[in-house]
Design a protein around this ligand. Structure first.
Ligand code: FAD
Length: 387
């Protein structure tokens, strides 16, 4: 058992941390409040190779794994820049295309995803299906060699800044009634694809959208993989990277909040010469949150290690547990930090309340805490499926 990072991973962590700190949370908040994107940070991270750490070198990436991408997600978040699109574009889209796309799709998309010049977002959630993806209603029909896609998607992140959206649909000929999913790489400017921005109570430079697909015509090679049989494995291929990287983002956000609060409580004095942090009523909740974040980080490391070793089933259990633990720990850490800062905790200047919406959403998306508990109950504890 080894908890040490390799020298290369250590260097990556330090370099990403330095980049994140150069931009910092003020930059993140300024962009979000102005309704702008963190384009400069994204492009610089891409130029430095951090967005493509998990993409094979022959397609312009770093040749690492999800362990490396999780480090990038965690360190940027720990610097106050939790970039949700890292989870969507390099973690989900790049993994799906790399593992299940055609060689032509890999060549067309992976170099741009690696250097940040291209973003592919991900659309599975639907208004009438929600957590139950077996009810997906977005349908793909053949029309000659082409495909026609129709349906609706909701809460889709980053459509306004992406070139393509990876859409999960079902194929119409599923006469058995069983879900036969198929993934399509859809240009965001395709005729018939309309987007409508949702008003979300999350301070974030990334936006969520309702998507309407009305007979969106796609060429045959928009289908991920060589045939419809690629659909289900392609869909599952994105899940572990998604859970692990979103967990890493949560752990980084938790670290950021605890660091901010600890710096404050160690120096703030309102009772004579003693810091407020000397009061256990202030310090213990912070210490408790720090323990929860550290436990989540351990599970993230385990999940990423298993995933990179090709042990997908075990990574599925650990990845879900890591996502659950990190989601809870991040929400706890930010809330505890706000409390420890008192009134300052609610100001924009101190930069912790600015994360309340994001960490709250982290307990819902991309998979809710309840759906993870269902998974653990069924697959770890051997309980009957409850839904
Ligand atoms: C900020 C944000 C960004 C997002 N980005 C994307 C994106 O880029 N792409 C994308 O496809 N989706 C995205 N989503 C959607 C997200 O994945 C869904 O919101 C999430 O999967 C839950 O689905 P739902 O909102 O329809 O909730 P519902 O399925 O309606 O569930 C509502 C509540 O009921 C609970 N529940 C439902 N079923 C059960 C059950 N069987 N047992 C116990 N509890 C249950 C849920 O846990 C939840 O608390 C995003 C969401 C947010 C908030």
């Amino acid at each position: 058992m080894n908890f040490d990072l390799t020298d290369e991973q250590d260097q990556l962590r330090d370099a990403v941390r330095a980049l994140g700190r150069r931009y910092g949370h003020e930059y993140f908040v300024r962009k979000a409040k102005a309704g702008e994107h963190t384009t400069e940070l994204w492009h610089e991270a891409g130029r430095l190779g951090y967005l493509g750490v998990n993409i094979p070198t022959e397609y312009g990436g770093g040749g690492g794994g999800i362990t490396e991408l999780a480090l990038v997600c965690e360190e940027l978040a720990a610097a106050g820049c939790p970039l949700l699109l890292l989870v969507v574009s390099p973690a989900i889209a790049a993994t799906v295309i790399n593992k299940h796309g055609t060689e032509e799709q890999r060549k067309r998309h992976l170099p741009g995803l690696a250097d940040g010049s291209q973003k592919i977002v991900f659309a599975i959630t639907e208004p009438d299906a929600g957590s139950n993806f077996h009810r997906l209603g977005t349908v793909a029909r053949r029309d000659g060699d082409d495909w026609l896609l129709s349906g609706r998607k909701v809460y889709i992140s980053g459509v306004d800044e992406a070139d393509h959206v990876l859409v999960v649909a079902r194929t119409e000929d599923s006469s058995t009634g069983k879900l036969k999913p198929a993934l399509f790489i859809v240009p965001t400017d395709a005729p018939g694809l309309e987007k409508s921005k949702l008003d979300m109570e999350i301070l974030s430079p990334e936006n969520q959208f309702l998507l309407y697909l009305d007979d969106v015509r796609l060429p045959a090679d928009a289908l991920v993989g060589e045939s419809l049989d690629a659909g289900l494995p392609a869909l599952f291929a994105g899940l572990n990277p998604e859970r692990i990287t979103v967990a890493a983002m949560g752990a980084g956000t938790g670290r950021y909040a605890i660091e901010k609060a600890s710096d404050y409580t160690a120096t703030r004095k309102v009772w004579g010469g003693r810091s407020i942090g000397s009061h256990q009523g202030v310090a213990h909740p912070l210490a408790h949150a720090a323990v929860q974040v550290e436990l989540a980080r351990l599970m993230i490391q385990k999940a990423a290690t298993l995933y990179d070793a090709g042990r997908d089933l075990e990574a599925g259990v650990s990845g879900n547990m890591a996502k659950y633990a990190a989601g809870e720990a991040a929400a706890l850490a930010v809330d505890t930090a706000v409390q420890a800062l008192g009134g300052a905790g609610m100001t924009t200047e101190y930069g912790v309340a600015t994360l309340l919406g994001a960490v709250r959403a982290g307990r819902i998306a991309p998979v809710s805490r309840e759906m993870i508990l269902n998974f653990v109950a069924q697959h770890v504890l051997g309980q009957d499926k409850s839904y």
